[in-house]
Design a binder for this molecule. Structure first.
Ligand code: 3PG
Length: 229
């Protein structure tokens, strides 16, 4: 049954991520903190979170967020194995993110009718993402791999397509706007908004403060530009 705050079933996940413009990448060690974390992000106007499957608590956290805060767009990150993709979707993940690209995973995501955002560093990997109909791909690790100029060079032959990018890895408040200048970059991702230490220390006010600044910066560019080719 659809509840009042539920995301509509037909929500266009790519569009929503692009509208929001910032993806907090989260490592959480205690699922009993998942709702407080979510509330800290929602308080800042950031209804999006990627829970990486790198901790034992990740699946439970996704489940908790999906159940208790249906207005939050929750996804699973670091999805490396097909069984984890299936479990994450069953737990309530609305999108899946991976550091690399795996055709088997992309086929499975299609079957699960779930948006998959694969990682890429090279034109070949980006071409594979395109072949599987991905609307978004994660440029990872973004800063270590050469920064915005590297991404501009790698994606130049793909600009006649509609694929959009989410650079992640080494991005923070200081450098996020260097990335968001390009309309092809639909959002930036990173752990700086809600770090593992912040969550362990229950620093909800600190997370809200950082998330609010990130949202304000992301909002500085117009939605029109963000969706333009
Ligand atoms: C990820 O999983 O996307 C990255 O580990 C996040 O990178 P960051 O910690 O440098 O933001």
């Amino acid at each position: 049954m659809q509840r009042e705050n539920d995301l509509p079933d037909t929500i266009d996940i790519s569009k929503r991520i692009s509208e929001i413009g910032v993806v907090p990448v989260v490592l959480i060690d205690d699922s009993s903190k998942a709702v407080a974390l979510t509330d800290a992000l929602l308080e800042a106007g950031l209804p999006l979170v990627e829970i990486t499957l790198r901790t034992r608590s990740a699946m439970d956290s996704i489940e908790e967020i999906a159940r208790m805060r249906p207005e939050m767009l929750v996804g699973a990150g670091t999805v490396l194995f097909e069984r984890d993709a299936t479990r994450a979707v069953e737990a309530g993940a609305k999108f899946l993110v991976s550091p690399g690209i795996d055709p088997d995973m992309l086929k499975l995501a299609k079957k699960l009718k779930t948006q998959f955002i694969p990682g890429f560093m090279t034109p070949s990997e980006l071409a594979a993402a395109l072949k599987f109909g991905c609307q978004l791909a994660k440029f990872f690790p973004a800063e270590a791999n050469g920064g915005p100029s590297m991404l501009a060079s790698v994606c130049a032959p793909f600009l006649h397509t509609n694929i959009g990018f989410i650079p992640t890895g080494g991005i923070n408040l200081e450098n996020m706007m260097n990335w968001l200048r390009s309309p092809r970059i639909r959002a930036v991702g990173g752990s700086w908004i809600a770090s593992r230490a912040d969550i362990d220390g229950s620093d909800w006010a600190g997370i809200t403060r950082k998330a609010r600044v990130a949202v304000e910066l992301a909002n500085e560019r117009s939605n029109g530009d963000r969706h333009a080719r």
